[in-house]
Design a protein around this ligand. Structure first.
Ligand SMILES: C[S@@+](CC[C@H](N)C(=O)[O-])C[C@H]1O[C@@H](n2cnc3c(N)ncnc32)[C@H](O)[C@@H]1O
Length: 227
């Protein structure tokens, strides 16, 4: 009888707590989106145009899958002075576009085996920037064998893919190049952290990403992972 009375109360409390976490999650998303205003001028304008286009086209995929503005901020900082950038997992092309418009000398190659209706977003950048962006319809591990200064891993997020992608691109990463593993601290994507452990990398975590710098250790005469 007592259980009978308590059960609806427990139900209401759990519903309220669910509604509370949903509201907190929404507020977090809004706060994170406002971060776009802190970005440098060219990427900010490009991303705002992308967001308006996505809303007009009701493109929920683009709005959900694109890297959040605070992470874009960090990636743009990491990309400073790095001319050849590779992204694995293009999605709607928002981050790739932001990277290419941010620096008139940068070339971005972005890999994704799936087409996500991204042309409408890529068309929003100046023609000159579009020429420096190469969209490749292949999986992330299918490297183009060209050198790079920065690798952003944001594709399938499975442990085996992340390991294969890192190993495929590592020989082409220039000295001082950086690899950013997105969603490293995201419990929904445990494969990313598992891959970092399997690869035995020492690096640092920032904004939930794992960052690894390719520094040459003269003592060992090769490419070494260090924090
Ligand atoms: C989270 S989204 C990427 C978001 C994008 N980096 C951005 O910031 O706008 C993940 C993308 O990875 C792509 N993907 C899935 N498997 C892949 C693979 N093996 N190689 C490369 N991309 C893959 C999906 O099609 C999807 O577009």
């Amino acid at each position: 009888m007592r259980i009978h009375l308590l059960w609806p109360i427990a139900q209401i409390r759990s519903k309220m707590s669910l509604a509370g976490s949903h509201l907190r999650w929404r507020l977090c998303r809004v706060r994170s989106s406002l971060h776009v205003l802190l970005l440098p001028d060219a990427p900010r304008r490009y991303l705002l145009r992308c967001a308006v286009t996505a809303v007009l086209h009701r493109d929920g995929f683009a709005l959900r899958s694109s890297t959040p503005p605070p992470d874009i901020c960090l990636l743009l900082q990491l990309a400073e002075g790095r001319k050849d950038v590779v992204e694995l997992g293009t999605a709607a092309g928002w981050l790739a576009g932001a990277l290419v418009v941010a620096d008139p000398t940068r070339v971005v190659r972005t890999f994704d085996p799936f087409e996500h209706g991204r042309e409408k977003y890529l068309a929003l950048m100046p023609a000159e920037a579009r020429e420096r962006l190469h969209v490749v319809g292949r999986p992330g591990a299918a490297t183009d064998h060209l050198p790079l200064d920065m690798l952003f891993i944001d594709g399938s997020h499975t442990k085996s893919d992340v390991v294969d992608e890192f190993e495929a691109w590592r020989p082409y990463l220039r000295e001082g190049g950086v690899v950013a593993f997105h969603d490293y601290a995201e419990p929904n994507w445990p494969g990313v952290a598992e891959a970092v452990v399997e690869l035995g990398l020492a690096g640092q975590q920032r904004r939930g990403m794992f960052l690894w710098i390719n520094e040459r250790d003269p003592a060992k005469g090769g490419l070494e992972s260090r924090s």
